[in-house]
Ligand binder design. Sequence first.
Ligand SMILES: Cc1cc2nc3c(=O)[nH]c(=O)nc-3n(C[C@H](O)[C@H](O)[C@H](O)COP(=O)(O)OP(=O)(O)OC[C@H]3O[C@@H](n4cnc5c(N)ncnc54)[C@H](O)[C@@H]3O)c2cc1C
Length: 528
Amino acid sequence: MDASYDAVVIGAGPNGLVAANRLADAGWSVLVLESRPHVGGAVHSDRSVDPGFEHDMFSSFYPLAAASPAIRSFGLEDYGLVWRHAPAVLGHPLPDGRWAMLHRDRAVTAELLEEQAAGDGDAWVALCERWQRIGDQLVEALLTPFPPVRATAKGLWRVRSAGGLDLVRMLLTPVADDTLWRFRGDAPRLLLAGSAAHSDIPLDAPGSGLMGVLMTMLGQTVGFPVPEGGSSRLVDALARRLRDHGGEIRCSAPAERVEVESSRVTAVRTADGSRIVVRRAVVAAVVAPILYGRLLADGDLPARVRRGMRRFQLDPGTVKVDWALDDTVAWATAPPYAPGTVHVADSVEELGEANGQISAHLVPARPFLLVGQMTTTDPTRSPPGTEALWAYTHVPQRVHGDAGDDGITGTWDHAECERFADRIQARIEERAPGFSSRIRARRVMGPRELEAADPNLLGGAINGGTSQLHQQLIFRPVPGSGRAETGIRGLYLGSASAHPGGAVHGAPGMNAARAALAHSRWWSRRAR
Ligand SMILES: Cc1cc2nc3c(=O)[nH]c(=O)nc-3n(C[C@H](O)[C@H](O)[C@H](O)COP(=O)(O)OP(=O)(O)OC[C@H]3O[C@@H](n4cnc5c(N)ncnc54)[C@H](O)[C@@H]3O)c2cc1C
């Protein structure tokens, strides 16, 4: 006989595990199906670079998880999660040897900025004070379904006291716009622009200012924490909690088909031929093209979704390099405090240029690097005196040419990935001469390797679809969305392809679970 559950969750990434936990908390029987042999999706660490080093394969720093009401509500510390912080949150080494630094103590950040340009310390504190008035509400508004009615109602008066329309204008202005900030030096602008570049919103487009402020102010308040022992410890805690509350997880069990009858979800079939009957809901915590393009039969797709998905846009691909280093990174000038996250770009303008090349389908000549000094952040990651380091950067989904000199064509085979990894490495070598001589082992993952390691990362896209305004809010993943509902009764999209998008905060999973619970209550009231 077919097994049956109240809910089946497809995908054991952070969003799937958050959804499953919430449904299990409500007393539902829940089965999570995961295609890979382990839980976690793009939250996974292992020792395959070097047996003495625990490397995060994908994501590493979790400010949004630390700030997320959904994840905080689970008390994961009781399930083994311990957060660790680097001495400083973020550092950006400049060609002349200076560092732009973000320290969790805003007085320290202000002091360091003031040293570089008189007045910038006070301007930074003023920005922090504005954030203090609206930050919580803004994060709540971003992490709840759109439109965020409750958070907006609570937050309106605070927006007024934090500067009203002036503040709204500031958040909507592109981060690269010079008129936006009251800073004299380049350091604060670099911190903001580099943080905005964690998403794929162009630095000269609306939304990048909000992203820059959000990420730097999160860094300023909750920091950029990492789970002690490796990123897997975060999802292990979610999985442990789920099992403790009666949920089941089946790994190496890819879902192959979501069955629908009379516009209502009825069952999920797995690749080994099992059929799991669904009594109440399916939460698909996989990217929209997998749900709408593979798991559902074409005839089951609502017309609006079919039309919208023709124009669905992935975010750019990614190339990531992990290094096991025999020593710490010897930056040309030592930073005043050792940062966990490092940004590498010569200037805001160069960062914008790399962004522009990606938009023009060119492989960036001087890619903007996000770098993680993991042992600096969490000393358990590798032996004392060594460093588990990574860097990643973005590349176009479709490559028309190489803005650099290596003739990269976008096949991203082994040779191309290695050549591009050398370009990445050379950028670090510029800031830390002798870097290459400290390398014990290196792992390169291009778009294909990333997708093979997590089938959700289509073409190496890390955010479940572009974060640009035309695919956000009510346009995510297709126009008319903004919530987890799919137009098929009992089926919810709970991945980063749903509002509010990528990063580890669990909001799409939580929104999907809450929608499933609310609808189920509504249907049972109606049936009475
Ligand atoms: C290189 C990289 C660096 C990143 N850095 C950060 C960071 O530092 N901080 C941060 O907050 N975010 C970061 N992110 C983004 C973040 O990891 C993702 O936004 C987040 O993991 C999305 O969660 P998810 O649950 O929606 O999807 P995923 O984490 O991708 O999980 C989806 C799961 O679904 C499974 N799956 C797919 N198809 C099926 C199927 N048919 N049946 C069953 N299971 C299936 C996959 O195997 C996977 O386990 C990074 C991502 C990458 C790739």
